[in-house]
Design a protein around this ligand. Sequence first.
Ligand code: NAI
Length: 378
Amino acid sequence: MIKGNRYSTSVLSSPDLNSLWDKPRCACLIVLERYEDLEICCSYYDSDADLGVLSNKKIVFLGFGNQGSAQAQNLRDSGIPNDQILIANRVDSYAETAKSKGFHVEHDFAKAAKVADVLFILIPDQVQPRVFNEQFSPKLKSNATIVVASGYNVFFNLLRFQPGQDVVMVAPRMIGSSVRSLHEKGRGFPCFVSVEQNGTGKGLDAALALSRAIGATKQGAIASSVREETVMDLFAEQALWPNIIMMFREAFNVLKDAGCSDEALCYEMWMSKEPAEIFERAADDGFVAQLKHHSTVSQYGQLSGSLKLEGGAMREHFKDILYNQILSGKFCEAFSQIEDDLDEEGDTNPLNELYKRSEEMELVKAEKRVRARLAGLL
Ligand code: NAI
């Protein structure tokens, strides 16, 4: 472990979040203070984790979807006996998949909760509060370890834990299929780890053992917190990517008005997969260093153009989203009010309504025309 300048996870998780909602600036200051202090990051490796901590522990996976199936299989491959693993899943195709892979499956959540020493919560975030609070929390052991793969519900205090329980985050930065395939190739994957509630006093030992068991400490699991994970996730989703989508939409409109064809624009902007390649190069070579793969005209245009843009208005817009939409709890509150509607079919589902409105974008209409003309060739 490389010891860093980072606050301990117990300090990070200690403020009463409900009181921070009344003082959004205060919540922000806590987040930003930490970032300024972060010179060396703290990562945990296989050698920091003792799998022995898990011996004779019953490990229950609630959910066998993207993450559940990958993490349960990795954990079993790491030597945790199959009899120690239980998949808690409602009756559906995911449960059938778990059975076909030789796992023990329990459909009765109360029964699964009673036996769990460790509970991985790996069902969609929006259903976790209802399923966990109603069907697991009342039956769970008072010293159980609860593992989340995303910080959202813990950060916003939506899950009810008992004080003696450990609450840890082991959050892969990868889709489930990659969590599985990288482990099968003997490689690790990036992951955030934290202890949010140290009820037993041994929460970090459990978090590291579980991280190692699912293959997350092989290339270094990064010490983080639900606050950091949630802020970065929601910021990307609500600030960065909406602006990227808007910029593509407006760039498309301007170039279309200037006479560029649908085909040329769609391929130039994304269908050639050039942007995906650029991001891959950025990950391998460096965010700016990847520019060296471009032509001299391109390098000059991109560097001089971006350095000319001061970014002040965008910075203010980003801060507004971070402080007044994310950290204030406003988004969480608004999303809680519509999340039940997300299961509905048709126009009453708010997500369907947003997709319908997005179809009005010229970029989307043009892409449809191009794909229709290319039918059978793509
Ligand atoms: P998923 O959508 O693949 O979950 C499917 C599972 O949830 C199935 O086992 C299904 O039976 C169960 N399920 C769905 N609705 C249910 C309900 N109403 N009641 C009971 N069970 C229900 O979930 P995914 O994507 O694996 O996400 C799980 C957690 O992992 C989330 O916290 C997510 O944020 C986190 N995560 C997901 C990543 C991904 O690759 N999708 C990446 C990193 C973290």
